[in-house]
Design a protein around this ligand. Sequence first.
Ligand SMILES: *Cc1c(COP(=O)(O)O)cnc(C)c1O
Length: 377
Amino acid sequence: MRFSTKAIHAGQQPDPLAGAVMMPVYLTSTYVQEELGKNKGYVYGRVSNPTRTALEQNIAALENGKHGMAFGSGMAAIDAIFRLLKPGDHVILSHNVYGGTYRIGKMVWEDFGLQFEFVNTTNLTLVKKSIRKSTKMIFVETPTNPTMEVSDLSAIASLAKKHRLISVCDNTFATPYLQRPLEHGIDVVVHSLTKYLNGHSDMLGGLIVTNNAKISERLRFFQKSTGGILSPFDAWLCLRGVKTLAIRMEKHGESALHIAKWLSTQNKIKKVNYPGLPSHPQHKLAKRQMKNFGGMIAFDLGSLADAKKFLKRVKLCALAESLGGVETLISHPATMTHASIPYAQRQKIGVTDGLVRISVGLEDVDDIIDDLARALR
Ligand SMILES: *Cc1c(COP(=O)(O)O)cnc(C)c1O
């Protein structure tokens, strides 16, 4: 099956009771057992739920992976990934990963003996230099949030293999429609379902996909043991959202490219970060690695004061955290999503005070441009 067919059908068969075409929401905490040791594969809601299983199989199929594990949020999924490690282990991460990933590493897991080093993963030489004896994992995000840097997944995966590291890719920004990290040799893919996969800004969730049986077994054990699992209703919402992923991502990418080109002609804007522009430092790599360039753009207005004024004046673009919904959202990374990163580190990774991030929605692109143009004026 091809991508959009899988998005609609993978993991879902008509319900055997009534023939319902849509996957039912199984709202139950427990399942009756026929006799001791005999059940239908479901025994307790924390361990598994048919609606959740359908979503896990669906997203795994889209990533061309074998095993899917759903969690209550993207952060719960990322937390489970770090649990694969032991005290003393060293992790290399892209230097501008999602703010929450930085926070859980530095402010939660370092207290339990893990070590996190943030490296510019677009530069393979730097990544190689950062590998120590204790390095066990390399965690990349591409494109990164919010500066839209692109890392070479095949190169990272082969470097990780050579040094026997677990390679992880946060694929939230691209989605499996635009890029499939497992096909590049990456071991583990993680998603915030909250964003493009659900696509309608009405649930939170996280999901991990891997082909590695040992890693998946361990992650399933964490689902059951720590309980940070996805609810059946949220799994159902996401199943519904994923059905339109292919056409949504086509349109997000088309509109974003149009807006990025327009932004780069505006003299009040100092810089536009979008992998689809030839001026982007990894444009060629993005072209090779991604189907289109996605719906996220970051641009620099030069100062906090100008960013503040601009964000106050937009009307259609809603000032809010998050991304990937049908509606256009606009945000200020330095004070919102990336506020937990110290000032000096923010400057280093390009999260300047004038930087504004836009998640281009599915409205008419000319209405989005009109709104941005009015605010700029
Ligand atoms: C939002 C996000 C997360 C965290 O996901 P939640 O569902 O909000 O917990 C992780 N990585 C990226 C790239 C994100 O955008």
